[in-house]
Design a binder for this molecule. Structure first.
Ligand SMILES: [Zn+2]
Length: 121
């Protein structure tokens, strides 16, 4: 699987920062704060229909995590931002394989590949 290039990393970083704003400012905060400046572009490129993601479990996992566990999600987002700085972003922390891009697109703070994440549950 190809390595993430700087542009892609920057895109995921923006997604993470938007999610972070959503977590800290509440759901309504997204519309007010995260969609300003350079945020709107990456949002419009995100797949909106579950079928675009290959499976709807990504989106379900995403919204459930966000609503139920905002504090934990915030920690995961910060950890992901740290991994971007460390150059380890997008690599499964359990088995070391690259996390597929559609998964990162749906869950930018994912730290495990699909296989390892399902085993961990
Ligand atoms: Zn893995």
């Amino acid at each position: 699987m190809p390595k993430l290039n700087p542009e892609e990393l920057e895109r995921y970083r923006n997604l993470l920062l938007q999610l972070r704003a959503k977590c800290t400012g509440g759901i309504a905060g997204l519309a007010n704060t995260a969609l300003g400046e350079n945020g709107s572009e990456s949002v419009s490129k995100m797949p909106t229909h579950p079928a675009d993601l290959g499976t709807d479990t990504f989106e379900q996992e995403f919204s459930l995590t966000l609503l139920q566990n905002r504090g934990d999600t915030l920690k995961l987002i910060d950890a992901a931002l740290q991994r971007i700085q460390d150059g380890t972003y997008g690599i499964c922390e359990t088995c070391g394989t690259r996390i597929p891009k559609p998964r990162l697109q749906a869950i930018p703070y994912a730290s495990k590949c699909v296989q390892c994440a399902s085993k961990a549950k």
